[in-house]
Every structure is written in structure tokens, then in C-alpha cells.
Write a protein that binds this ligand. Structure first.
Ligand code: FAD
Length: 419
């Protein structure tokens, strides 16, 4: 079969949820999902896997088991778009045409954008929860002291909070294991502040103080010197450098000129640079930054009304998370239903909602929920359930992350049920 009413590219969080919710609206819809992978991952739990508090195996399910019933699974990789002819090309299954297209390919890791990073990851010199959280856990357990350096790239990344969550967990782990005085935990970020939402930022600054973490804003990683175990950073705003770096300071940090900073490390965790998949980046569907060029409130493509894009691949100025996908899917589904009924896709109600469960230690978490304007907007349903102020740390939030959210993901979100 080479034509479908609705063709979805990507069977990750967004693709499966969209198809499942569409079928709940109308079980007779003719839907296919193009997805090459045999396995589907619950990635949010990788933060806990990296800290030894969750089993990796529990984050993995067979794609076959989560494919909504009634969907054709095209086990292949999409390779190109021809939106004028409503056509998607694939690696092995030829061209597939559609009435409506949903692009939900997620994003890809691009470690090559930092010099030395591909090799550092390959040789185990650097670890990353984004690639192999079990290796992070092994690295933490083998750490004997010195600089534990945590950083993130200048590109957009999925779950922007993940690079700092593992820093807090590591600091807590070192504290619990008698390494507190031997470890310098450093969190270096190209960002200007620890978190964009004011209420959460205040909590996180307390957390940073509690652990004695060296917080370094304006640090953009650009090269990893594997041999000498040094990360080279560019200072992104030399004029705003409030903390002057002394030669041979406690961390062994060195500054060359105005912008070149070298930080030695004994362990290194980082989020690799990330981008939309190449075939999306290079297509007519992408915006200047390479992400799918969709309306920020309806997720409808700006040029092609029968194409929608959501999830990590979408060019939406909010945090790329599964929580954001949860709020985007009903809007996309509603718009698809309208288009199929020959109406216009006029649901523009997505307000940029995203959330980030900021784990701040074992048994501790604060929940950042926000919109395009970085307003703190706690979900009223959740607020009623949890009772307390979610901008503060609470063990109940951690339990929600460890047990509640995975349950909701597999049993509600993946099945197209309302959550
Ligand atoms: P994905 O779920 O990644 O799915 C994309 C799918 O598209 C994949 O299955 C892929 O195989 C497929 N695909 C790719 N290329 C092609 C192609 N050419 N053809 C066909 N199919 C293709 N989110 C939260 O909400 N809370 C968290 O706490 C959280 N923590 C995170 C921690 C880590 C370490 C990581 C890595 C992620 C975290 N996330 C979190 C982010 C969350 O997992 C993603 O935002 C979410 O999965 C995005 O869904 P998606 O469908 O856009 O992409």
C-alpha cells in the first residue's frame, strides 16, 4: 500500500500519541506510522538511570507493543519530502503519498559539533544521559574525586533541565558516599541563568548553594582535549563576566584572552549538541534554524496546510519535552479533524506549555511548568493532587517522576487517553 489518509513520520512520543488519539476519534481512519526502530524508549527516566535509581530495562518497550491497533507500521526510515505532490520518500519502501502528514521525527544528537566529543564519548572519557545513561552511572560510581564537570551545548536540546538534574544527583551521590570534600561539582552552561522561570530559579539557586556547586553561566563548550582531560569553553558574554577567573584557581581553571576558558575534569557529563534530522533540516519544510516551520499555536505548517509538525522536531520556542508533546497532540488532532471535515484548522490554543521535572537530589524534585513567556503555570489538576507548592522541592514530586509519570506514559499517553 502506498497511500494513506494520515501519514505520521516517527513512532516516538508524539507520533504514537497523535495516531492513538486520532483513532479514538475515529477508529476507521487510515493511518500509517513510518518508524525504523524496533524499540521505543521512555527517555525521561534516563536521568534516574544515570544516577542508579531506575532500571534501564524498564525504559524500553518493543515498538510493536505500543503501535496503536489499526495503524500500519511501515518499518522504514523517511528520507525526503515532496509536499507539492503530498509524498514522502523512504529508504526501502518507496514513495508514500498522503492526504495529511504529521512530522514527529524527534531530533538527533550531533556530537561532531564539539571538537573531540565523538571520540570522547566513544572512549568513555565523557558520559551522557542522552546517549547511554548506564555509562553515566558507571562513571559516577568510579569517580574518586576532583572536578566533576557538567555542561550543555549552545544548540536547543531536549529536556533543557536534564544536564543540571544529573549534576544535582551526582552532588547528592558524592555527599552520601563520603566524597563531598574531594569533589568539585561544576555546572557550566552557555545560558545566562540557571533556569528561565523565576520561581524555579530561586529554588535552584538554593540547591546550588546547598551542594556547593560551582555555577558557571556564559560557558559554551567548544572542544574536548581528551589527552589532557580539559574542556575548552568560549565565554559567551565577556563583558558580563562577573566572576573573574584567577589563574590556577581551586578548579585549575585557566582563561586565555577574553573568551577562551579551559576547565580540567576528572569526570565529564554533557548533553551533546542536537539538531533536527538532516532530511528535515535540508527540506523545504524547515525554517532558517533547520526545525520544522510550523505555526507556534496550531502546529500547522506555515506553507503547507495539510502538514503538521510537533514534538522535538518542531520549530517552537519552548522547551522540547514529552510534557510539551502532551499538550500539543490534542491541538494537532483537533485541527486534523477539522481539516478532514473541510473546515479550517483554527485551533491555535497551544500556549507553549512545557514542563521540566527538575530532580534536585535523591528523593527531591521541583516541577517547572511554564508557557512561551516563561510564566510559571502549575497544572491545576496536579496542584490539587499534590497539594503543595510545586516550585519548592518535595519528595512527593520525586515519587511522581519515578512512578507516576512512567505509569501515565505507558498506560494513558501511549494509548491516546486523556491525561
Ligand atoms: P522521540 O520520542 O525521540 O521520537 C522520535 C521518533 O522518530 C523516534 O522513534 C525515531 O526513531 C523516529 N525517527 C527519527 N528519524 C526518522 C526517520 N527518518 N523516519 C522515520 N522515523 C524517524 N521529557 C519530559 O517531558 N520530561 C522529562 O523529564 C524528560 N527528561 C528527559 C531526559 C533525557 C535524558 C532525554 C534524552 C529526554 C528527556 N525528555 C523529557 C524529552 C522527551 O523524551 C522528548 O521531548 C520526547 O520524547 C519527544 O517526543 P518526539 O516524538 O518528538 O521524539
Amino acid at each position: 500500500k502506498s497511500h494513506y489518509q494520515i501519514l505520521v513520520i516517527g513512532g516516538g512520543t508524539a507520533g504514537i500519541m497523535t495516531a492513538a488519539q486520532m483513532l479514538r476519534k475515529n477508529a476507521k481512519l487510515d493511518i500509517a506510522i513510518i518508524e525504523p526502530s524496533e524499540t521505543h524508549y521512555y527517555q525521561p527516566a534516563w536521568t534516574l538511570v544515570g544516577a542508579g535509581d531506575y532500571e534501564f530495562d524498564k525504559t524500553v518497550r518493543a515498538t510493536a507493543d505500543i503501535m496503536p491497533k489499526g495503524v500500519d507500521w511501515i518499518k522504514d526510515r523517511a528520507t525526503g519530502f515532496d509536499p507539492e505532490n503530498n509524498l514522502v520518500s523512504t529508504l526501502e519502501s518507496g514513495n508514500i503519498t498522503y492526504d495529511y502528514l504529521v512530522v514527529a521525527t524527534g531530533l538527533v544528537m550531533e556530537p561532531g559539533m564539539i571538537k573531540g566529543l565523538p571520540e570522547a564519548l566513544e572512549q568513555g572519557v565523557a558520559c551522557s544521559n542522552y546517549i547511554n545513561p548506564e555509562h553515566t552511572w558507571e562513571t559516577l560510581r568510579n569517580f574518586k574525586g576532583g572536578n566533576a564537570l557538567f555542561t550543555q551545548p549552545t544548540t536547543p536540546i531536549k529536556c533543557g533541565g536534564a544536564p543540571q538534574k544529573i549534576a544535582y544527583l551526582a552532588a547528592d551521590y558524592f555527599r552520601k558516599n563520603g566524597l563531598k570534600d574531594k569533589a568539585n561539582v561544576i555546572f557550566a552552561t552557555p545560558g545566562t541563568v540557571i533556569f528561565g522561570v523565576k520561581e524555579i530559579r530561586e529554588t535552584l539557586m538554593h540547591v546550588i548553594d546547598r551542594y556547593g556547586i560551582h555555577f558557571k553561566p556564559f560557558y559554551a563548550p567548544k572542544e574536548i582535549d581528551i589527552e589532557n582531560r580539559i574542556v575548552h569553553f568560549s565565554h559567551t558574554a565577556p563583558d558580563e563576566n562577573t566572576c573573574v577567573i584567577n589563574e590556577d584557581n581551586d578548579l585549575g581553571e585557566k582563561m586565555y584572552g577574553d573568551v577562551d576558558i579551559h576547565v580540567p575534569f576528572d569526570m565529564l557529563h554533557l548533553a551533546p549538541p542536537q539538531a533536527a534530522p538532516k532530511f528535515v533540516r535540508e527540506s523545504v519544510l524547515s525554517n532558517d534554524a533547520g526545525w520544522l516551520d510550523v505555526d507556534h499555536h496550531s502546529m500547522q505548517h506555515k506553507k503547507y496546510p495539510n502538514i503538521f509538525g510537533l514534538g522535538d522536531v518542531a520549530g517552537l520556542p519552548t522547551a522540547k519535552t514529552g510534557a510539551a508533546v502532551r499538550k500539543q497532540v490534542p491541538v494537532v488532532v483537533d485541527n486534523l479533524v477539522k481539516l478532514m471535515a473541510d473546515k479550517t484548522a483554527d485551533n491555535h490554543s497551544y500556549n507553549g506549555y512545557s514542563s521540566c521535572p527538575l530532580v534536585t537530589g535523591y528523593g527531591k524534585m521541583t516541577l517547572a511548568e511554564f508557557d512561551y513567556k516563561n510564566n510559571f503555570i502549575p497544572d491545576p489538576k496536579l496542584k490539587r493532587m499534590l497539594v503543595f507548592n510545586s516550585a519548592k522541592e518535595h519528595w512527593r514530586l520525586y515519587m511522581f517522576k519515578k512512578y507516576g509519570l512512567p505509569y501515565l506514559y505507558w498506560n494513558k499517553m501511549m494509548k491516546g487517553k486523556k491525561v
